[in-house]
Write a protein that binds this ligand. Structure first.
Ligand SMILES: Cc1ncc(COP(=O)(O)O)c(C=O)c1O
Length: 375
């Protein structure tokens, strides 16, 4: 048995819709599938405006433009995250201020946020690791007190909630990813989520290369012109077609992924009780979306030995983020401020295979292999 880390899942309708999009006569950006799927997201997640993008990275770049991040601004974000939480802000000249993870969770620690705020702070980027919510009420209250913007990097978080509210719909702006490793996929793809009315008009302009083309297409202006900065953030309607097919089966996809997640949890919890590993902690305000299943080992050496042990059994488990504050690109700008929790998760966290088509006997094989390692 060879168990890959991920296998993209297709619902079966993607091909039909993609061909239809191509034959529609307008399969460039902002086509009919794009419009429909954006409306679907707006309704399902209570988002004021959803704009399909070529990636979550692109959506985050739009966020940096919408927040008008300028050289010298400070942006607070977790160190334990993907580079795409950071790059869009660096590209606008911001200084990054990394926040450590919690003691028992890879998410940024809200207790450590306030001490990082200075008069130069402009925004906070929250990343909900594995679709497990950070404490958004606390973060939003802090942002309000200091007049800061909040972006949710919700790349992992589709369908997950915080106090029953969809992740991505709480910060001023948010971003989803439809990269092939995510729950809902288009190969590459993402979405900007606008929750604050102040950003609605400008988001559409930035999306369409700095022009008011979207308003022109709705007949609201006579001609379309260059009115602001922007880029080509909108993908072809083929991405919209693919996403439509995926969204039609979101409930089925989610139910199965959450079942896999719970199966891992039940199968491995004795190892946690015995003190061998730590499993994900789900705060009472969060609901899971089965995006990824992780366990935390005691040390880097143990993590590497476990990965090798699993590899020998043809099980492809992987570690996750190398914390950004000590990355080759940014460590010289961080100073010497250590972030011990982020560093620990970089060294000890393992993600187990989790994808739609995974079968129970494969999950059992993974669980048994992990248990054999600790026997
Ligand atoms: C937390 C986080 N943010 C952003 C991204 C970037 O997503 P995309 O590949 O859609 O640009 C990723 C990618 O996995 C991610 O893990």
């Amino acid at each position: 048995m060879n168990i890959p880390f991920n296998k993209p899942h297709f619902t079966g309708r993607e091909k039909k819709y993609i061909i239809k999009a191509a034959r529609n006569g307008n399969f460039s950006g902002n086509g009919s599938y794009t419009k429909k799927v954006q409306e679907l997201f707006q309704a399902r997640y209570g988002i004021r405006k959803a704009l399909l993008t070529s990636s979550c990275t692109d959506a985050l770049e739009m966020i940096a433009l919408l927040f008008r991040i300028a050289p010298g601004d400070e942006v607070i974000m977790p160190s334990y995250t993907f580079v795409s939480s950071a790059n869009p802000f660096i590209l606008r000249g911001a200084n990054l201020v990394f926040c450590d993870s919690m003691d028992d969770h890879p998410n940024m620690d809200p207790d450590r946020l306030e001490e990082l705020i200075t008069p130069k702070t402009k925004a906070i980027v929250v990343m909900h690791y594995g679709g497990i919510a950070n404490d958004m009420d606390r973060i939003m209250a802090l942002a309000q007190r200091y007049n800061l913007f909040v972006a949710e990097d919700a790349a992992h978080s589709i369908e997950a909630t915080y106090k029953s509210r969809p992740l991505g719909s709480i910060g001023h702006l948010g971003a989803f990813s439809f990269h092939e490793t995510k729950n809902i996929i288009t190969g590459e793809g993402g979405m900007l989520l606008v929750n604050d009315a102040r950003f609605c008009t400008r988001s559409e302009i930035i999306w369409e290369k700095g022009t008011n083309r979207a308003a022109f297409r709705r007949g609201e202006v006579q001609k379309y012109e260059w009115v602001d900065v922007g880029s080509s953030f909108l993908p072809s309607d083929i991405v919209g077609a693919c996403l439509t097919a995926q969204m039609e089966q979101i409930k089925k996809i989610q139910a199965r992924r959450v079942r896999h997640w719970n199966y891992y949890y039940e199968g491995l919890k004795t190892l946690w009780e015995q003190g061998n590993v730590q499993l994900p902690i789900i705060p009472e305000y969060a609901s899971i979306n089965g995006h990824l299943f992780y366990l935390i080992t005691q040390s880097l050496q143990e993590r590497d030995r476990l990965l090798t042990h699993l590899r020998k059994r043809n099980i492809h488990a992987v570690f996750h983020y190398q914390s950004l504050h000590n990355s080759p690109f940014y460590s010289h700008q961080q100073g010497n401020r250590p972030l011990p929790n982020a560093e620990r998760f970089s060294e000890t966290l393992i993600r187990l295979p989790l994808f739609y088509a995974l079968r129970e006997k494969e999950i059992n094989a993974v669980i048994n292999a992990v248990k054999d390692f600790y026997r």
